[in-house]
Write a protein that binds this ligand. Sequence first.
Ligand SMILES: Nc1nc2c(ncn2[C@@H]2O[C@H](COP(=O)(O)OP(=O)(O)OP(=O)(O)O)[C@@H](O)[C@H]2O)c(=O)[nH]1
Length: 302
Amino acid sequence: MEQPKHSFKSGFVAIVGRPNVGKSTLMNHVIGQKIAIMSDKPQTTRNKIHGVYTTDTTQIVFLDTPGIHKRKSKLGDYMNQTALNTLNEVEAILFLVDVSTGLGGGDRFVIEQLKKVNTPVILVMNKIDQVHTDALPAMIQTYHELHEFAAIVPISALTGNNVDRLLDVITTYLPEGPQYYPNDQITDHPEQFVVAELIREKILQNTREEIPHSIAVAIEDMKVQDNGVVYIAAVIYVERDSQKGIIIGKKGALLKEVGKQARADIEALLGSKTFMELWVKVKKDWRNQDRVLRDLGFRHDA
Ligand SMILES: Nc1nc2c(ncn2[C@@H]2O[C@H](COP(=O)(O)OP(=O)(O)OP(=O)(O)O)[C@@H](O)[C@H]2O)c(=O)[nH]1
């Protein structure tokens, strides 16, 4: 994946909210025809990707964080540590509430969890088509007193009212970053693109110009093992033997460091322990080989 020439902003945003507040409706509206990735396979990881919104200048990856919605578990009133880890890692959290039913116990529970993380929380007051606008200021005040939200955006996910503004607000919280996903690729394995991109990023961060941005990372295997650990086998493709040597480093030191740094990010993203194997292979002129490009999940315009 080439780095875009102009500045590109990207990042992960978690959506939280009790059942029925309109999370799926919002996603359908935002992603619409631009739907890039929707996995209907049973979850291989705990953080499901809801959808990916891509424009010329931005990519927002929306994550579902199932753990936070649970009021009770076997351990009682406990909070899923995985969900908390995710919420700490994302750029922003969208907290959806339903203004037509008002503030409920479910909302209060989620707010308590949100207080445990430092990530900016955008309060999204959904279903404003169901209430008179005069009623909104008092509702906003009620939420305002419960938590210090980074922003409060009233919307109707159903009609699309004010959703553009919500996207603008989200964008202000995104750092400059790569386009993690291709524009129009439909895949059952959305996580693999991100995992590959994170490994590639760590290689570039740990090397100098001698390793071009054109290196590619292909995920050969990614599966959840019986013990819950996600096994990842990845191949790093370079064009020359000298590049292979650089990436492996003295006694494998550089590759080890790349693996360590990538794993930390990947574990935070997936919410699971991982075991990762990395290989470096030389594939001369791989950039000109169409089939290889497709195997690597590359866009044709890349
Ligand atoms: N009037 C109105 N109805 C909405 C709006 N957004 C969602 N709904 C309706 O609310 C219901 C629940 O919406 P969903 O998008 O399924 O809610 P969800 O949060 O994804 O629900 P879970 O999957 O149970 O977590 C559906 O009947 C939607 O049509 C809105 O802005 N206005």
